[in-house]
Design a protein around this ligand. Structure first.
Ligand code: PLP
Length: 454
């Protein structure tokens, strides 16, 4: 048995963490999360934290689900691994594909598996370019994305994404991807511009990018229905219908990245259904297994699938773990739990609306809060110095980090991105859990206010 101190020393000596300043980590040492149950996580010292982020937006059914462990164990004993290359398969990816086709929007009936959202976006990028090549239009290969988008950390994911910091560190991007404005009215709407008009203007930036390149050169537009890592940026209601109209007008494919929003988070199985969008590809991962196994599923629309199948030839693409039988067995059980417990419906009719109401009634009035926003159980609290002018404390958003640190110290695990405090909890949260979260967040806001005002 290792002590916390020993684990921290070994960690600092040997373990490179994602998205981490290692010099800082060496000074403070990692918090070792060693146990979790329901909506709570516990560190090695026994500290209880309410997990407001469902891990990394993924543990939708909460922690401690024996059924998922049992599904994995049973599958490992029966058939731990075989691939789905060379006209082989194991049964669980087959059954999962059927289930996903039933849950997905009507135009989607085919699934391609990977192990992560990043991989799945790589697949999506290669697939849409392959589609246009099969259609005899290989030059139709430009992809339009958005600033502040997050589509993963592989080279393709980073190139599709719109994070400046990641582009700077990239060292060689996938060519022919352009980024237009994000649809975030609170920051980008002009004085007097309604949310509706702003949504149309943000969508127009996509049309402008298509016209600039020439529609004959544009393969697809990709977007998260609600930007997640970029700060839970919720577009105005006018945005997605207009994007859909523009894509259809110019025959540009519509790719949705639902790695966060998939599997119930917005109160429907997919945010495509929440926003009424028909997409050609939907990237999903995370909550597909509630994070209990690494698995991603690219949901492929009939239009692309028909060309891929009917035109024949091999799609030179695949991963050793595409359709991993154990991960797929866990996904099937996870979806069964979500259905059996009515979690999607509960988010839509009960906890989602209550969450929005509590954010507005209890949090929005706080002196540090410029805006609260949410859809289903996905929300953000925007930290500002001055509510009236929307002035920030400092560019780059260190104020939210102060709030986050107080939140964690007061039993509330949250994330800060820029000036946004993010919440994306397990879908098992009840009204009582939401009340508990608001109590802890308010305390953190008060403590942060004292720090930031001095
Ligand atoms: N796309 C979105 C919208 C995400 O939020 C993420 C991860 O947070 C990814 C893609 C990448 O997924 P992964 O970390 O599983 O590669």
């Amino acid at each position: 048995n290792y002590s916390l101190k020993q684990l921290q020393q070994i960690d600092a000596a040997h373990h490179l963490h994602p998205f981490t300043d290692h010099k800082e980590l060496r000074e403070v040492g990692s918090r070792m999360i060693t146990r979790a149950e329901g909506p709570f996580i516990y560190d090695s010292e026994g500290t209880e934290l309410l997990d407001g982020m469902a891990g990394l937006w993924c543990v939708n059914v909460g922690y401690g689900r024996d059924e998922l462990a049992e599904a994995a164990y049973a599958q490992m004993k029966e058939m731990p691994y075989y691939n789905s290359f060379f006209k082989c398969s194991t049964p669980t990816p087959v059954l999962l594909s059927k289930k996903l086709s039933e849950l997905a929007p009507d135009n989607i009936n085919q699934v391609f598996y990977g192990s992560s959202g990043s991989e799945s976006n790589d697949t999506a990028l290669r697939l849409v370019r392959h589609y246009w090549a099969l259609e005899g239009k290989p030059e139709k290969n430009r992809i339009i994305s958005r600033k502040m988008a997050y589509h993963g950390s592989t080279v393709a994911g980073t190139s599709l994404g719109g994070m400046d910091g990641m582009h700077h560190q990239l060292g060689g991007a996938v060519p022919n991807i352009v980024h237009v404005m994000m649809p975030y009215a609170y920051e980008l709407a002009q004085a007097g511009e309604s949310d509706h008009d702003f949504g149309l203007r943000a969508a127009k930036s996509v049309e402008d990018a298509i016209l600039e390149a020439g529609a004959e050169n544009v393969a697809a537009f990709i977007g998260e229905p609600i930007m997640g890592a970029g700060g839970v940026k919720i577009p105005p209601a006018s945005y997605w219908p207009e994007i859909q109209r523009i894509c259809r007008k110019y025959d540009v494919l519509l790719m949705l990245d639902e790695v966060i929003t998939g599997y119930g988070r917005t109160g429907e199985w997919f945010a495509a259904q929440t926003f009424g969008i028909e997409a050609d590809t939907i990237t999903t991962a995370k909550a597909l297994t509630s994070g209990y196994q690494p698995l991603s599923a690219l949901l492929v629309g009939d239009r692309i699938a028909a060309t891929l199948v009917d035109k024949g030839g091999e799609f030179y693409h695949g991963y050793t773990y595409s359709g991993h039988p154990v991960a797929c067995a866990v996904a099937l059980k996870n979806l069964e739990i979500i259905e059996r417990e009515g979690l999607v419906e509960r988010v839509k009719t009960d906890t989602g609306p209550y969450f929005a109401q509590m954010l507005k009634e209890r949090i929005a009035g706080h002196g540090l809060v410029g805006e609260v926003r949410s859809v289903g159980l996905m929300g953000a609290i925007e930290i500002v110095k001055d509510k009236a002018t929307k002035q920030r404390f400092s560019p780059g958003g260190s104020a939210a980090v102060v709030v986050r640190d107080h939140a964690i110290a007061n039993g509330m695990m949250m994330r800060a991105t820029g000036d946004s405090m993010i919440l994306s909890p397990p879908l098992i949260w009840t009204r009582a859990t939401i009340d508990m979260a608001c109590d802890r967040i308010l305390k953190a806001l008060d403590l942060a206010q004292a720090d930031l005002r001095t």
